[in-house]
Write a protein that binds this ligand. Structure first.
Ligand SMILES: Nc1ncnc2c1ncn2[C@@H]1O[C@H](COP(=O)(O)OP(=O)(O)O)[C@@H](O)[C@H]1O
Ligand SMILES: [Mg+2]
Length: 294
């Protein structure tokens, strides 16, 4: 197979995806790597050449890689994950709307441009978790005990984008992180960044049928094939607090080989097994000149 990986600077030396690329190459596949943000890309030439069986994105929130992947999808190339599915989870405000509309167990979610605006919420919405809508890796996520603490000059900067806030779901301080590789599920436990006082445990744990059903449903709702779900176990059961496309797959046994095999399966199948509402554009759609008679 011939694959094109989009890898942004932040992941340049990371095992995920560098070792996956190495593994695929060792199996005899041809992998081209594009580094959006650090190399010149001849846009239409690269995207339209149609030389690749699939394009794979491992990139950072808001980075330039997603635009390229969307370009590849727009001309009908197979992408892993589906480009529209990635857009749906990269924005936590959009993800909250999609998840809630499809009945996933998620906290009530509020959005505002500035943290002070959450002061309008009733007192019983606090403690509140405030996070940037385009955040990742625990960046600028804060537990706010009451409206008087919404602004904190010492807090990590949140950037210029939208903020979201959710009531804090009481939990043990340990997240359940469920990883999904084209239908295979793995559960791990990791300390929540909101509970730095807890021991820094990280281990593989058994998956309950209830959590497995929720994690599978997340894939169907968002149309993702390679993803991770952050779940906290609250007083009323599991609650989904975050969904990530192409996560680290930390603690997944043989993660590199499993991810590589999942990428190959998805590339062969022509992309997502999940049905999304919009049809894929055909690669061979005739060109039409704007204003012309073609
Ligand atoms: N509503 C919530 N209730 C309880 N804990 C939460 C809530 N939202 C987030 N957290 C905790 O904060 C962590 C980071 O938030 P998350 O939404 O996963 O952001 P990031 O994209 O930075 O990982 C989660 O893993 C979880 O431990
Ligand atoms: Mg998270």
């Amino acid at each position: 197979m011939r694959l094109c990986f989009l890898v942004e600077e932040q992941y340049r030396y990371d095992g995920m995806p560098v070792d996956v690329i190495r593994q695929l190459t060792a199996w005899g596949h041809r992998v081209d790597v594009l580094r959006p943000g650090s190399s010149l890309i001849r846009l239409s030439e690269t995207v339209r050449s149609g030389r690749h069986d699939a394009w794979v994105l491992k990139t950072v929130s808001g980075g330039p890689g997603l635009t390229l992947l969307e370009g590849a999808a727009a001309v009908g190339l197979t992408t892993v994950n589906d480009a529209r599915a990635i857009r749906g989870v990269r924005d936590k405000a959009l993800a909250a709307v999609l998840a809630e509309a499809r009945g996933l167990p998620v906290p009530v979610t509020y959005a505002a441009a500035r943290a002070e605006e959450f002061a309008e919420l009733p007192a019983d919405a606090f403690p509140l978790v405030v996070k940037p809508a385009d955040g990742s890796s625990g960046r600028a996520v804060r537990l706010v005990p009451d409206a008087g603490h919404l602004t904190d000059p010492g807090a990590e900067p949140t950037g210029d984008g939208l903020l979201i806030a959710q009531p804090y779901v009481p939990n043990s301080g340990v997240d359940l992180k469920v990883y999904c590789l084209d239908g295979e599920l793995y559960a791990t436990e990791r300390r929540s960044p909101l509970h730095p006082d807890r021991p820094p445990t990280e281990r593989h744990v058994p998956l309950t049928p209830e959590v497995a059903a929720i994690a599978t449903e997340v894939g169907a709702v968002f149309g993702l094939d390679l993803y991770g779900v952050d779940i906290v176990l609250g007083p009323d059961g599991p609650v989904v607090v975050d969904v990530n496309d192409f996560p680290s797959f930390r603690q997944v046994p043989d993660a590199v080989a499993r991810v590589a095999r999942a990428v190959l399966r998805l590339a062969e199948a022509g992309g997502t097994g999940h049905l999304l509402p919009m049809p894929r554009p055909a690669l061979t759609a005739p060109a039409r000149a704007i204003g012309g008679n073609a």
